[in-house]
Design a protein around this ligand. Structure first.
Ligand code: ADP
Ligand code: MG
Length: 143
């Protein structure tokens, strides 16, 4: 196993319902360490850019509206197999299909408002981290 970094977002429904600490706890108690974190409110352009891969999908406009509807918490998680481990902790995209005990199963409001984002591969993790963080904003992990 190799140490990896991944981008995590606590989406507007999670921030709005005071779930920041709860979500971060899931990562920390599963061996992932937060090495960068900030709360931001995405502009429409920023949200469109972040989700550019989905721009032809029918839900794109609604997704951008939702992601700009309130503040989000963006964070970089580091740890062994951080990319797949984060996806495991999050659960499937659709909360109805998410495994018991996952963040999306327990907290998601809907398929769209599913509380968290996580990078899906090393290349997307690198791109997504760079979308929000400069290297100097990421601390040296203690673990
Ligand atoms: P994931 O976030 O699990 O990587 P996707 O990359 O497929 O999932 O989709 C990005 C986000 O777009 C999802 O997390 C969800 O918020 C939203 N989304 C995906 N599919 C749909 C859909 N069919 N209807 C509405 N929103 C969707
Ligand atoms: Mg995705």
């Amino acid at each position: 196993m190799a140490k990896e970094r991944t981008l995590s977002i606590i989406k507007p429904d999670g921030v709005r319902r005071n779930l920041v600490g709860t979500v971060v706890n899931r990562f920390e108690s599963n061996g992932l360490q937060v090495i960068g974190m900030k709360m931001i409110h995405l502009s429409q352009k920023e949200a469109e850019g972040f989700y550019a891969v989905h721009k032809e999908r029918p839900f794109f406009g609604s997704l951008v509206d939702y992601m700009t509807s309130g503040p989000i918490v963006v964070q970089v998680l580091e740890g062994e197999s951080a990319i797949s481990k984060n996806r495991e902790i999050m659960g499937a995209t659709n909360p109805e299909q998410a495994a018991e005990g996952t963040i999306r199963k327990e907290f998601a409001v809907s398929l769209e408002q599913n509380t968290v984002h996580g990078s899906d591969a090393p290349e997307t993790a690198a791109t997504e981290i760079a979308y929000f963080f400069s290297e100097t904003e990421l601390v040296n992990p203690v673990l």
